[in-house]
Design a protein around this ligand. Structure first.
Ligand code: HEC
Ligand code: HEC
Length: 364
């Protein structure tokens, strides 16, 4: 037995020394252990996870993304972060403002958009000009009326800050900081922001029940339009566009806000006049938290939004075909309008907006 081991040790020694002589000394491929896969919360009724194959979500990647999201270092004068215009308590929109102000004090022309359930969205921004979230997240950093920073500056500053090299190392294996990794980390953080715990969800899961008014509101939301006085139940037709559990069909539509357009919306991306005045159909989740409403924040309250659909529809060539048949709107009575608002309020997900996972890590 002893003889056998000596023999084995001899062979092993031979192999090791041979290798040492033949191969040049290799630097380690990675400095950090593999990051920890992130387990998604299971939400009944939600579509299957839809993250990117080249950027699996990990605890360390999401954590880095959260730091970047809330770090003003990504702006030109280090005063503004993504979180400045996407505040949790407002459903990740801009603090009740119609338009956001960038670091130079310049005002943008569109209302800040809520951030959740975006892994199931197909295009980004009100006009859809970003085809992927990964492209989108680098745009506000460089936008002159937003964070107004050059990516090489942001990368240089991040490299100087204590902690970031190690955070990139933990998330991606090595300490390199580059724009692709910044985008991937922000993508991971935003993809992890899932809202599916509203009263509406609890009702679907049999864990809560609607008030009578909320129930009537949901019925109107999900019913086809019917001409008032026709004897058929009142219908809001909302579900045609604000569809599925996500409350959006991921399309672009003209919902009758204007007949002449100062902002042409989706047409600026497609160059197709048939897309004039079409905007991304937004999710209605957390809608009670995200006022003011529409791409330009023109409505202050949900009641004003319902009045628009009820009697304010403006005709134009690209107006949604279903809305064309409604004339100036739905013609609901005051009780029906109030019911619709009551239903919309059941889409508020306080567990989501208060989730510590999505809060600013820099505030004590
Ligand atoms: C100055 C305010 C401001 C800052 C800072 C800002 N955003 Fe935004 N964000 C907006 C506005 C306004 C829009 C809508 C713009 C448009 O449609 O043209 C928007 C849209 C978005 C969207 C599109 C959502 C959708 O449903 O299509 C995402 C995603 C987003 N922002 C993420 C970020 C990230 C990530 C950062 C930081 C890197 C950031 N934002 C910084 C104001 C801001
Ligand atoms: C033809 C598709 C369509 C239908 C039908 C529709 N919407 Fe919309 N909705 C949109 C689009 C598109 C926007 C964004 C328009 C914009 O900002 O220019 C929007 C915006 C909204 C907003 C504001 C969202 C925000 O984040 O600012 C609310 C609230 C809303 N809709 C509720 C409803 C309700 C309630 C109904 C039914 C009475 C309804 N919608 C029917 C397409 C539709």
């Amino acid at each position: 037995m002893k003889k056998y081991f000596t023999f084995l040790a001899f062979i092993l020694f031979g192999i090791l020394t041979a290798c040492k002589d033949d191969l040049p000394v290799q630097p380690p491929v990675t400095d950090y252990p593999a990051p920890t896969p992130y387990t998604f919360p299971v939400l009944p009724g939600f579509p299957a996870q839809n993250t990117k194959a080249d950027n699996p979500l990990t605890i360390e990647g999401i954590e880095l993304g959260r730091s970047l999201f809330y770090d003003p270092v990504l702006s030109g004068d280090n005063t503004q972060s993504c979180g400045s215009c996407h505040n949790a308590v407002n459903g990740f929109t801009d603090n009740g403002k119609a338009f956001s102000t960038g670091i130079t004090g310049a005002e943008g022309t569109r209302n800040s958009m809520p951030l959740f359930n975006l892994q199931w969205n197909t295009r980004f921004f009100w006009d859809g000009r970003a085809a992927t979230l990964r492209q989108q997240v680098l745009m506000p950093i460089q936008d002159p009326v937003e964070m107004h920073e050059l990516l090489p500056n942001a990368i240089a500053e991040l490299s100087q800050l204590p902690g970031y090299k190690a955070k990139f190392g933990r998330a991606f294996g090595t300490e390199d900081i580059n724009s692709e990794r910044i985008a991937k980390a922000l993508e991971q953080f935003i993809f992890s922001m899932i809202s599916g715990q509203s009263k509406h969800d609890l009702v679907l899961r049999g864990m809560a029940s609607y008030t009578d008014s909320e129930q009537r509101g949901q019925d109107i939301f999900r019913a086809e339009f019917s001409v008032p006085g026709s004897g058929r139940p009142a219908g809001g037709d909302c579900f045609h566009c604000h569809t599925t559990v996500l409350f959006t069909n991921n399309q672009f539509a003209n919902n009758g806000l204007d007949s002449v357009f100062t902002d042409v919306g989706y047409e600026s991306v497609t160059n197709n006049p048939l897309d004039r005045g079409k905007f991304k159909v937004p999710s209605l989740r957390n809608i009670a938290l995200t006022a003011p409403y529409m791409h330009d924040g023109r409505f202050t309250t949900l009641e004003e939004v319902i009045d628009h659909y009820n009697s304010g529809i403006k005709s134009s060539l690209t107006l949604d075909p279903n809305m064309k048949s409604q004339g100036s709107g739905l013609g609901l009575n005051p009780l029906q309008k109030a019911d619709l608002v009551a239903f919309l309020k059941t889409l508020t997900d306080t567990a989501f907006v208060n989730n510590p996972q999505f809060q600013d890590p820099f505030t004590p």
